[in-house]
Design a protein around this ligand. Sequence first.
Ligand code: NI
Length: 165
Amino acid sequence: MDMTIEAIVKEWEKEAALTSRVLQALTDDSLLQRIIDDRRTLGELAWHLVTSVQYMRALGLDFKGVDEGADGTDSAYEIALEYQRINKAMLQAVQTQWTDSHLHEKQVIAGEEWRNGESIQYSILHQAHHRGQMTVLMRQAGLVPPELYGPTYETWADKGMKPLK
Ligand code: NI
């Protein structure tokens, strides 16, 4: 990916659309699904993707984060809505507050030097990582995950093809 605002915003929008697709497929009941007792629930992972966008403020971007004290919700609809809001606010901040040169500026994050553009790429991959976890929990909750990077079991079958093993 080019280190330009245009390229990064385009990539982010594409990946955020996939995250939104996952969030919109959740039901309120499914939010309590977890793999084992002391691990994060599907709802906690979903909320984590909302708050992880907020961390982009640590790069110097100024936009409204989640409300003070908000620690998730039991409404899948609200989580999906808040994700869309914060995502739009973050992208608007990138487009109005940064130029391409900001993407090359370095900041120390958790003891390591990161260029801002790298931090954004990392955050894009971080979302993909958690989407993967979420689609497994969705299956366990009896939901059908949406297509993300290719066909799902159901969409293979819909096309009259044998799902891959
Ligand atoms: Ni994470």
